[in-house]
Design a protein around this ligand. Structure first.
Ligand code: FES
Length: 645
């Protein structure tokens, strides 16, 4: 029979096939990436392509619509039922008639790229752990007395090339009914190419997954379509464990003092997750039973409690984890209501203080793939610090305490409407201007906008504290050793004596019930201690790695997305770095969970990377103390910031 040439774009793969060969078959043969759930039966529409028209000089052929067979009745039926753009064809139905160029649009590729918002990070290649396969199974008869499962497995092998599969008991329990309910046509979900986890009668093409970041304060989740990688809904709730203690250590002491407290907390976090699953599914119009796969990240203590493991050992030296590696288990084992037999993957932990959340951050920011030396900092009550490049990666945790979150600060509060978040101080008059969360415009102390009067000024949040201290330093109100310069009292009444030290009056209330917001010497000391701890951790890793400069800084977490990095550098929280190379990574831990959800290979990748991360324990490093003392000065006892000048 006569042959025709087909070229697939964008891959450029080409080959000759007998006229009459379905395009999908040509693609398979050439290793061109085209998606399918129905296996070429014209049901799923995943295999759509367009036929190129015109002369393709690059390929040396003329391509015309007629070089591919006309619309088949199967395509017409699909178009009528589900809709399809007029220029599109189902590649499983359209047949080669003459030389042609076929374009495979991004959404028809199995390994399509899920575009991430930030340009400096790689996109996610879609390759979910759960795949759906539609199969038509041979019926049993007296001459072929094999089991239904054996015939299903044979069908999966011949129609999909899947071998060595096993099946969950629940699949076996529903197998005979499913096969007979829909004329021996079923769809199965296969986990990592190995296990049948679910069976449905007939055709089905929707599979969903959930990525969860279990933080000590909030639990956040993304609900994703596993076929497109699209985030269908995102939501967060307060971690219900908060009633046992605000921070991690108070939760661990609750367990030490209350036998069975770990079980209570495990139950609380799982209940919270179940509520979150309900809410997020409601938003997307789905049921928890539609979720076939989930991934989790969390700090070591959250990680242990989620898994129902007593975290007491993590409360004291030597901070031994129960286990480091990632773990795949059933949602049921975690008491989380998803699809029956849904699989859950929990990312690996790195060390006693550096958890699966940091593993998620690494997966998101990929310092291990770059030549440049990247510093990734996730600031909470502890700072998790990762430093390195494609050759070496180091990690540590530094006890910064909650000052950066506004705790231990006289006027401090969480970032919420009413909190001062930005500050400028006039170096001549020492008068402040500031911006309050919830208000569009800046205010100064002489003219408050309507907005500010309405919302009120309730306190100062983490990013506001960083800015006010940096501005005070730039205006000479704070000296390099951190003391408030009493001589400035002569320049403005805003600097005034309180007890034995001086303070700065940032805001005099508009309404009598609002607080006065004053920056005291104690506030400055609290931030100095926190920033010294952070910087000492960073310094320690830099010393270990043998670098005195970092090429790139990524700030992860809520704090990182709010602070102005320039101010963080003015105070000496971070090492010097080209300001263009410093950016916020948002909730990188949650993004890491989403990457692991959408691409199964990244699970193996992060396990490998985590195994080679060199853990540095700040508590036992003699150099930490020295670095800490040097970093108490603003910006630093002996380091300079050329990038700021
Ligand atoms: Fe499903 Fe073509 S492969 S419609």
């Amino acid at each position: 029979s006569s042959q025709a040439l087909v070229v697939f774009t964008p891959s450029g793969k080409r080959g000759r096939f007998p006229v009459g060969t379905p395009l999908l078959k040509c693609a398979r043969n050439l290793g061109v990436d085209i998606d399918t759930v129905c296996g070429g039966r014209g049901l799923c529409g995943r295999c759509q392509v367009t036929v190129g028209e015109g002369e393709f000089a690059k390929h040396g052929i003329v391509s015309r619509k007629e070089n591919v067979s006309e619309w088949s009745s199967v395509e017409a039926r699909y178009q009528a039922k589900k809709g399809m753009k007029p220029e599109r064809r189902l590649s499983c139905q359209a047949m080669l008639q003459g030389d042609t160029v076929i374009d495979v649009p991004a959404e028809s590729q199995v390994h399509k790229q899920v575009v991430r918002k930030r340009a400096e990070v790689r996109n996610i290649e879609l390759d979910p752990a759960i795949r759906l396969h539609y199969v038509e199974v041979e019926q049993p008869d007296m001459h072929n007395p094999t089991g239904d499962l054996e015939r299903l497995l044979k069908a999966l092998e011949t129609q999909w090339g899947l071998t060595d599969l096993t099946a969950e008991l629940r699949v076996l329990q529903g197998l005979q009914q499913a096969l007979r309910a829909s004329d021996w046509k079923v769809t199965v979900a296969v986990h990592r190419g190995q296990v049948l986890t679910t069976i449905w009668p007939g055709f089905r093409d929707k599979a969903y997954g959930l990525a969860v970041d279990v933080g000590s304060t909030t639990i956040a989740a993304h609900l994703c379509d596993l076929a497109t990688g699209e985030v269908l809904a995102s939501n967060g709730i307060m971690n219900p464990q908060i009633r046992f203690g605000e921070d991690l250590m108070s939760r661990v002491s609750y367990i030490m003092m209350n036998p069975g407290g770990d079980n209570e907390m495990t139950e609380a976090v799982r209940d919270g997750i179940n509520r979150l699953v309900q809410e997020i599914c409601g938003e997307a119009g789905l049921m928890p039973q539609d979720i076939l796969n989930a991934t989790f990240v969390g700090n070591p203590i959250m990680h242990h409690l989620l898994l129902g493991i007593d975290p007491t050992e993590l409360g004291g030296a030597p901070f031994a984890l129960t286990f480091n590696s990632g773990i795949t288990l059933w949602a049921e084992q975690l008491g989380i209501d998803l699809a029956p037999d849904a699989r859950v993957y929990v990312l690996p932990c790195i060390a006693g203080h550096v958890g699966a959340d940091t593993a998620g951050v690494i997966l998101s920011e990929q310092p291990h793939l770059r030549d440049e030396t990247t510093l990734v900092v996730d600031v909470g009550t502890n700072a998790e610090i990762v430093l390195g490049n494609r050759h070496r990666l180091l990690a540590c945790s530094s006890p910064t305490g909650p000052a950066f979150e506004g705790a231990q600060i006289s006027g401090g509060q969480r970032a919420a409407p009413g909190a001062i978040e930005r500050v400028r101080i006039d170096p001549e008059t020492l008068e402040p201007r500031f911006k309050v969360i919830g208000c569009e415009s800046w205010s100064d102390e002489t003219s408050f906008t309507e907005e500010v009067r309405r919302i009120g000024v309730t306190g100062i949040c983490g990013s506001g504290i960083i800015e006010v201290l940096a501005e005070m330093f730039l205006a000479g109100i704070i000296l390099p050793d951190g003391t408030v310069n009493g001589r400035k009292a002569a320049q403005s009444t805003r600097v005034f004596m309180e007890g034995r030290t001086f303070s700065y009056l940032l805001h005099e209330p508009v309404n009598p019930e609002e607080p006065r917001i004053v920056i005291t010497q104690n506030d400055i000391r609290a931030i100095q201690l926190a920033k010294a701890a952070l910087f000492a951790g960073i310094r320690l890793l830099m010393e270990r790695l043998g670098v005195d400069h970092v090429d790139r800084i990524q700030l992860a977490g809520a704090f990182g997305s709010h602070i102005d990095v320039k101010y963080a550098m003015i105070l000496g929280m971070l090492p010097d770095c080209d300001l263009d190379k410093v950016s916020s990574a948002g909730n990188a831990a949650g993004t890491g969970a989403r990457i692991a959800l959408l691409n199964q290979k990244t699970r193996d990748e992060i396990e490998r990377v985590v195994r080679r991360v060199e853990k540095v324990e700040t508590a036992v490093e003699p150099a930490f103390q020295k670095h800490f003392v040097e970093a108490m000065a603003i910006p630093h006892k002996n380091l300079l910031y050329p990038s700021l000048s």
